[in-house]
Design a binder for this molecule. Structure first.
Ligand code: AMP
Ligand code: MG
Length: 322
């Protein structure tokens, strides 16, 4: 079975094509800016502009024709309304013109399922660290439960906001990572873990009031917020008795975060898994894969029920495919 997956929850328009368990294509185009953050309407314009081209590229890469597609999957939740709508429209159009079934999927769960496909992780805790989302997720009693999450902004937004303040552009995470490598001088910052949750707003304000060197601030920001994420991930491991941690989301591309998670896992005799970068960031392949899993469990989405659901949470979805 060949599934085409469409990702459009935020800055990235992506199309992935999978055949059974193999990924045939994973093409994308990402909306970026020099100075400001994401402007939803402009990101949607970007997606409209690139969607046909990305589809063509993906079909070419997969060496298939449109007619070979058996199933159309798309990100239905959660995300920015403007950009989700572009992906949903594109998916509905393909589904009706090709007369193939449609399936709407949850983006956060897709990050976890692609990790399970590509690594040896079987029943992991997912540390999902992206721009808008920061959640510690694990499977329990037919749902992917959120064991801990940010109480305000996502860790990626935190890094991007700080980068914007420093004037180093968007996305800021990779630039902060490079600057952080040049320092070992830790400046004490607030450490905000509340139960299983974290919060970044106060740390951002504190950073903006510091007078230290850029490099020292980037280093200290990373050490602090990553330690917070590692702490709640470790607590989720202890609570659930699970023995695997999977990373997902763009911030998980950060080598220091990967190192800290690996270290924690080693100390607890747990295993850590990191898919390659193209599957950590938002991508169409993960949407296709989750769509295929759900379809094989007997689920499809009728056109009339294919409206976007920007606020649906990870634990609102009944997991019928596990
Ligand atoms: P996503 O929303 O999952 O596509 O991830 C985008 C976020 O990942 C943005 O906030 C980026 O700044 C962040 N990001 C990407 N690469 C890195 C990195 N190497 N270190 C930290 N954050 C990163
Ligand atoms: Mg994401």
């Amino acid at each position: 079975m060949i599934t085409l997956g469409i990702e459009s929850t935020a800055h990235t328009f992506g199309i992935g094509i999978i055949k059974d368990k193999s990924i045939l294509a994973n093409e994308k185009s990402t909306y970026t800016t020099k100075k400001e953050g994401i402007i939803p309407a402009k990101a949607a314009d970007h997606h409209i502009e690139v969607c046909d081209k990305i589809l063509e590229k993906a079909l070419k890469k997969a060496k298939i024709k449109k007619q070979d597609i058996d199933l159309i999957a798309f990100s239905q939740s959660p995300g920015l309304g403007h950009t989700l709508r572009v992906g949903a429209m594109f998916a509905r159009t393909l589904s009706t013109t090709l007369n193939k079934p449609l399936i709407g999927v949850n983006h956060c769960i897709a990050h976890l399922e692609i990790g399970r496909l590509l690594t040896k992780a079987k029943d992991p805790i997912l540390l999902y660290a992206s721009g808008a989302n920061t959640q510690v997720i694990a499977y329990e009693a037919n749902k992917y439960r959120i064991f801990g999450e940010t109480l305000d902004i996502g860790v990626g937004n935190f890094l991007d906001s700080f980068a914007r303040y420093l004037g180093i552009g968007f996305p800021g995470g990779p630039k902060i990572e490079q600057l952080a490598k040049k320092s070992k001088n830790y400046i004490e910052l607030p450490y905000v873990v509340k139960g299983m949750d974290v919060s970044f707003g106060g740390i951002l304000t504190n950073l903006k009031n510091q007078k230290a060197k850029k490099e020292d601030l980037c280093f200290s920001a990373q050490e602090t917020v990553f330690a917070m994420l590692v702490e709640i991930t470790e607590r989720a491991l202890a609570h659930t008795g699970k023995t695997e941690v999977l990373l997902g989301g763009g911030v998980a591309c950060n080598k220091r975060l990967q190192e800290m998670i690996t270290l924690m896992c080693k100390e607890r005799k747990a295993k850590s898994y990191v898919p390659e970068n193209q599957y950590l960031v938002d991508n169409g392949a993960m949407i296709a894969w989750l769509g295929a899993l759900m379809y094989n469990a007997g689920i499809t989405t009728r056109i009339e029920a294919s409206q976007i659901e920007p606020y649906i949470r990870t634990d609102d979805i009944d997991v019928k495919w596990r």
